[in-house]
Design a protein around this ligand. Sequence first.
Ligand code: TYM
Length: 381
Amino acid sequence: MNNNYNVTPWEVTGKVDYDRLIEQFGTQKINDELKKEFTEISKIPPHVMLRRGIFFSHRDLNMVLNDYKEGKGFFLYTGRAPSLGMHIGHLIPFLFTKWLQDAFGVNVYIEITDDEKFMRNQDYSLEQTREWSIENILDIIAVGFDPDRTFIFQDTEYIKNMYPLAIKIAKKLNFSEVKATFGFDNSSNIGIMFYPALQIVPTMFEKKRCLIPAGIDQDPYWRLQRDIAESLGFYKAAQIHSKFLPPLTGPEGKMSSSIPESAIYLSDAKDIVERKIMKYAYSGGQATAELQRKLGANLDVDVPFQWLYYFFEEDDDAIAKIAEDYAHGLMLTGEIKKILANRINDFLSEHRKRREKAIDIIDKFKFDGRLARTMWDKVHE
Ligand code: TYM
C-alpha cells in the first residue's frame, strides 16, 4: 500500500494515519459503546488515555471484558527491549497496564528482551543489554505495579522455563511467513528470526485470555500469535493498542532513543528538560507573537500541546482551556512550552523518587514476590 508513513516494530516514520492503520492491520476501533461497556464493568472512570483515544484500537477487548464478567478472569502482558535510557513515550503502555491491574486486580507479566536487543544490533554486547535491563526494570517498577501480582523477567534468565513452549511455537511458524511479517532478508541473523517465538510465549503463560497493552508497532507479533494459539490449546491474544507520543522535533514518526533531541529521557535533569522543550519542541504556533495573537496555533502539529493532551494534563477542563486559548492566539508558544516543561519536571521528580525505592524491591518482581515464585516453579509446555 502506498502510504506517507510506515509502522513496523523497528521504525515509525511519517505522520501516521491511525484510522487507516486500523484497516491495514485488521484491528477494531475502540468506539464509544466499548468505552461505555468498559466503564460499566471496571466500575471506575476510564483512564485519561482511554478517554482521549490514545489507546484507540483493539482486538477481542470485548471478549476479555466478558471473561472478566463471567468470572473466568484474564491476565496482562507487556514488554520492553532494554536500552541505555527509557524516554517518556516508553512509559505510555506501562502506565496504562498498571491502571488496568488496579482496575481488575489481575496478574501482569513483563518481558525484558535482553536477547532481542542484543541480536538486533551488532554493536551491542550481551553484557550491555543485561545492564540496561536492570536500569529499565527500575523505571518500570517506579510506575507502581503490585509486587505480588507482577512478574518481570529477562529472557536470558527465564529461558529454561520458556524453552519447551518456545520450540512448539517456533515449529508452527515457517520462514516465509516470518520473513514477510518482519521484512527479514538473507543478511538477518538466525537468532532474530527465532526471536518472535519468544515474544509469543508469554501470551500463553496462563490458560486464560491474555490482554496486551502496547504501542501498535508491536502488532505483527500478535498477528502470528493469533494464527497459531488455538492449535496449541491457548487463547488468541487480545490487544489494546496505543498511538505514539510524537517526537519533540515534529509530529512525524515516534520518539526515538537514538535521537537525543527528539526525546525526554526519564533521567533528564530539570534544566535539560527546559532547554530541550524551549529549543526543540516543534511548534504549531506562528513565527511572531504578533502573528500568533492574530492567527493562533495549529494544534494538530503542535508537539507541546500534544504532549499535554496525551500525558501531562489529565484535567479535561484545563486541556480544553489551553486548546481554546492557544488555538485563538490568547496563549503564546513560549507560554505553552513553559507549562509543559514544568509538568514534565514535576512528573520526573516524583518518578525518580519512586525509582530510588524500586532498588529495594526489584527482587520481589524478578524472583520472590508471590507471582514470581510460582513462575520460577513452572515450566511452560
Ligand atoms: P520497545 O522497547 O521498542 O517498546 C516498549 C513499549 O513502548 C511502546 N513505545 C511507545 N509508545 C508510545 N509512544 C512512543 N513514542 C513509543 N515508543 C515505544 C512500544 O510500542 C512498546 O509497547 N519487542 C518489544 C519488547 C516486547 C514487548 C512485548 C512489547 C516484548 N514483549 C509485549 C509489548 C508487549 C520492543 O522492542 O519494545
